[in-house]
Design a protein around this ligand. Structure first.
Ligand SMILES: *Cc1c(COP(=O)(O)O)cnc(C)c1O
Length: 951
């Protein structure tokens, strides 16, 4: 045992275990297994060229060295990112706590009540602060939330507006937001008109307006009259709003906005060089079926106890596919939980203190700057000053003094200077700022500020008068002891990787190693503003550039774009890259995407977001793409074929032998091949998309590359493309001044979490990555060898092997016993397990992906559990257990039911709660019984405000 070798910590299977497992499967070596699993014509002919693996110690030193190359200055740049005080108990107990960051999206609600409550708090915070009734539990960032708002307005046009195809965006909306909205509107044939609100004519051809409050230079205007006029003209209004400012300002919902969106970054989330942080969006009730993303709603369990679960699931792209109105899947759950908890910790009084202090400091600073002879133009403002009429000489003096003081200001192209204060600003910082501006005027005596004992509010008609966050949860946990216990209480309700294997197929719930995650808590990386000058960000850029070349090498597609904040966002970015390429080659008319029927729901949804039409091709009885059908449909659409989207190995977990031929068919018809990289965990080191023949792929770094799922985000979906597509990759026009399409608010999307993937690759090196792939496949085949008899495996490859995941047949069981896959999923909770993927990609099945990180002992335990459950099903089939009143139909069994004085079931309590011996030692107690989804959808309660209204 080489304790310096990180791969023995990451990979759960030792060489000795391996022998036992290979024996069970019936192969001699892991390489033989690989040969039986993957087609022979796609094995890489040379090993990946990656740096030698580091030890964990070396990695940490290396990250610190990179960090030392970053210079973290005080940031007053604003533009959507603000320094903030991350409450230490939230950092320690949520951000740095695997029970929170390793959990999955809360589809299995009964074992996710903790994070569902945290996200419900987030939703209540958003609805209260914006004064609109409906919201979701996060979006990717402010700019993409703006694009989602545009889509909602377009999709809900009134009959009179049926043909309206123009969107007006005020010229004082952040450029990053505007550019992402323009990117998204282009394929919808929506014309984006930019201008001042005064110039807007409320014309019949407009369906919506986007404006910003406070505007991009920090000024606040009263939009009430404008909004009323828009409403009268049946034009919808979406407002980008700084959430913290709404503590003091009349919220847009009170002056008529239809939609409000923005970011929650400044609610305790470090700037992280741009991300991740949670975007938000709230809307009027009319938009109920059009709100993108996930909504947490309140429902009840079988005993009538209130319980949370994801509401209105039928709107999601998994179900709606090409009819979906948004492709968003992974969002920013962990960051949303943190932002909501920030509001819990501070409560309305604390938030008023924070916002009031920022505003008061801004007012004081403005006065003193005027005393110094500067012109501050914002009449009404929250935290941002706009100083104009600065001479060239003054500006240079200010700039150089600021750099000496390690201060970044916002320098406008027109010569003006912006100053955005934030929660971290202290009296001494005001002194520094005044010193800098005094130097600009050559004044030696720096004015002093006298901080008042009470904070000012916003003056005039826009002062917020309505209460917010009056509910108990926001007024109970203001001490660290209380908050710590509240977080713990929620944590105890959730199953995460800290409890047991989460075998969700397609999701790759592998180890998220502690040393890989340290970068998130490193201030040299955490506190960086995305628009900090280049010479302050060298460590970041070095890491990101190296990562790009590593990902290029691993995928065989050398040009990489890091912007997309999720897999689905990567799909969109990749398809748009293909679109730009076709356009540049005079092939802009190509508008058809070929999609196998096994494709993940985000694929058709992303294609449609790009304005593409989809043609679905069928799969044969082995689960493989039917090559003849594929060929026929490609040729039929030869002149219009833009490309295809293929997941490899397929979502059925099988390496299709004809993959090269499929790529060739598409290329012969003039199309490009997009490979959905969600299943890269079965490829790394053995083959890759570039080698197979794809032109583009996205990677789900939160699946294959060790970024934790965070209960539904953050995720990252960088795209890797072949050389011929490089010139068409998305870029960030605000940062680089080019005219390429941006797809995220920040230049590098969720910049900081790339450090996790970077660490993962540097720790494992070529050999460790390759072995991870092989062991992932070994583990899946080992499970298949046991479960095949009991359940049946839906698809296997030509030589009887599965890839890195396997689909368990549950339909025959249902016919015999009326026990379905969902009953099995719920019963697994009684054993302390999260269910495998339910009914995707095949209805009536469970898809298991063990990953390489699980140990043989854990695999065996899970097999024992599945075997036990199969016996319980057999008891129903054999009539030994009641058809309805059995352990499966009644699962899960919550603690309150098991210990109740009355027990009415036909089987004993011990059978319900302790079906296997290990549970006596380590029982995960559930606190709700099975949740009624339908009830919650019929009575949608998506925030605490609704609870009050309904009472
Ligand atoms: C997870 C997944 C996606 C979507 O990725 P997100 O990061 O959730 O947007 C797309 N395709 C497949 C096959 C997936 O498994």
């Amino acid at each position: 045992m080489n304790t310096n070798d990180f791969s023995i910590r990451h990979i759960g299977i030792s060489p000795d275990d391996e022998k036992v497992m290979l024996d069970k499967i019936g192969v001699k070596s892991i390489e033989e297994l690989m040969k039986q699993t993957m087609p022979s014509n796609i094995f890489l002919d040379a090993p990946l060229n990656l740096p030698e693996p580091m030890t964990e110690r070396e990695l940490i030193e290396h990250i610190n060295e990179l960090g030392a190359k970053n210079k973290v200055f005080s940031s007053y740049i604003g533009m959507g990112w603000y320094d903030t005080c991350t409450p230490a108990p939230i950092q320690r107990n949520i951000l740095e706590n695997p029970a929170w960051y390793t959990s999955y999206t809360p589809y299995q609600a009964e074992i996710s009540q903790g994070r569902l409550e945290a996200l419900f708090n987030f939703q209540s915070m958003i609805t209260d602060l914006t004064a609109l009734p409906l919201t979701n539990c996060s979006l990717l960032d402010e700019a993409t939330a703006g694009a989602e708002a545009a889509a909602m307005m377009l999709n809900t046009r009134s009959r009179a507006k049926k043909n309206a195809a123009k969107l007006f965006v005020a010229d004082d909306v952040y450029e990053s937001t505007l550019k992402v909205i323009m990117t998204r509107c282009e394929p919808w044939d929506v014309k984006v008109v930019v201008g001042s609100l005064e110039s807007f004519d409320f014309g019949a051809d407009y369906f919506g307006v986007v404006l910003q409050y406070p505007n991009e230079r920090g000024e606040i205007f009263d939009y009430k009259a404008f909004t009323e006029k828009a409403k009268a003209a049946e034009i919808k209004v979406a407002v980008a709003a700084d959430l913290l400012s709404l503590v003091l300002l009349t919220p847009p919902g009170e002056w008529g906005a239809d939609i409000v969106f923005g970011t929650t970054q400044r609610f305790g989330i470090p700037m992280y060089f741009g991300g991740p942080s949670a975007g938000y969006l709230s809307a009027l009730d009319d938009f109920k079926r059009y709100i993108p993303g996930r909504i947490v709603g309140l429902s009840k369990d079988t005993y009538g106890k209130p319980a949370y679960r994801l509401a209105l699931q039928t709107r999601e792209q998994h179900i709606k596919r090409e009819k979906a109105t948004s492709n968003i899947c992974t969002a920013q759950a962990l960051l949303a939980s943190m932002a909501g908890m920030y509001a819990v910790y501070h409560g309305p009084k604390g938030l008023r203190d924070i916002a009031g202090r920022i505003h008061t400091y801004a007012v004081l600073l403005a006065e003193k700057l005027e005393d110094l002879g500067y012109k501050q133009e914002n009449k009404l403002f929250f935290d941002t000053l706009y100083i104009s009429n600065i001479s060239e000489v003054e500006r240079e003096a200010i700039k150089s003094t600021a750099l000496d003081c390690r201060v970044n200001l916002r320098y406008f192209k027109n010569g003006a200077i912006g100053i955005s204060l934030d929660e971290t600003t202290q009296e001494t910082d005001l002194g520094t700022l005044l010193y800098i501006f005094a130097q600009g005027k050559g004044i030696e005596t720096v004015p002093t500020v006298d901080v008042p004992s009470e904070w000012n509010g916003i003056e005039g008609g826009l002062k917020r008068t309505s209460d917010f966050l009056t509910y108990e949860v926001f007024n109970s946990y203001h001490t660290e002891t209380e908050l710590m216990r509240y977080i713990k209480r929620l944590e105890r309700k959730d199953i995460s990787l800290a409890h047991s294997m989460i075998s969700l197929g397609s999701c790759t719930m592998k180890l998220n190693a502690a040393s890989e995650l340290f970068i998130l808590s490193n201030p040299q990386f955490a506190l960086m503003h995305p628009y900090a000058p280049e010479d302050q960000t060298e460590g970041y850029i070095e890491m990101l550039d190296t990562l790009k070349s590593l990902l290029g090498e691993i995928t065989g597609l050398p040009a990489v774009c890091l912007m997309p904040n999720s897999g689905a966002s990567g799909e969109y970015a990749g398809l748009r890259t293909i679109m730009e390429y076709h356009k540049a080659n005079g092939q802009g008319h190509r508008d058809i995407i070929l999609l196998p029927s096994s494709a993940h729901g985000t694929n058709p949804a992303s294609a449609v977001q790009c304005g593409y039409k989809t043609v679905t091709t069928i799969c044969d009885e082995n689960g493989n793409i039917d090559v003849e059908d594929f060929r026929k449909k490609a040729h039929e659409n030869k002149d219009r074929l833009a490309g295809t989207m293929i997941t490899y190995p397929s979502t059925h977990g099988i390496f299709e032998p004809e993959i090269r031929e499929l790529c060739q068919i598409v290329h012969d018809c003039g199309g490009q091949v997009y490979m959905d990289g969600a299943n890269m965990n079965a490829q790394v080191g053995y083959t890759n998309p570039g080698f197979i023949g794809a032109d583009v792929c996205h990677l789900n770094l939160h699946k294959t590359f060790a970024i934790p799922h965070g209960g539904g985000g953050p995720g990252v979906g960088p795209i890797c493309v072949a050389k011929h597509l490089e010139a068409y990759l998305p870029s960030h026009s605000v940062m680089y001044g080019d005219d390429r399409i941006p797809v995220s608010a920040a230049p590098f999307g969720s910049a900081v979490v790339f450090g996790i993937t970077y660490a993962y690759i540097r720790l494992l090196g070529e050999a460790g990555l390759k072995r991870s792939t092989a062991v992932a496949i070994l583990n899946a085949n080992y499970m298949a060898a046991f479960l095949e008899k009991e359940y049946g495996i839906v698809y296997t490859g030509t030589q009887g092997r599965v890839g890195h995941e396997l689909i368990l047949e549950c339909r025959k069981i249902k016919e015999m016993s009326n026990i379905d896959e969902s009953d099995i999923a719920k019963r697994l909770m009684d054993f302390g397990y999260h269910a495998p993927t339910l009914s995707f990609p095949v209805h009536g099945t469970l898809m298991i992906e063990p990953t390489e990180s699980e140990s043989l002992a854990e695999l065996d335990r899970f097999i024992a559990v599945m075997t036990k459950i199969r016996q319980e099903i057999q008891e129903v089939i054999d009539g030994k257990a009641d058809k309805e009143d059995n352990v499966l139909k009644n699962a899960p069994h919550p603690q309150y039911e098991v210990v109740a004085d009355k027990w009415t079931h036909a089987y004993p309590r011990s059978k319900a709660a302790f079906p296997l011996e290990y549970l006596k030692e380590n029982k995960f107690w559930i606190n709700v019984s099975r949740i009624d989804n339908g009830f919650g959808d019929r009575n949608l309660v998506a925030s605490l405000a609704c609870c009050v209204w309904n009472e």
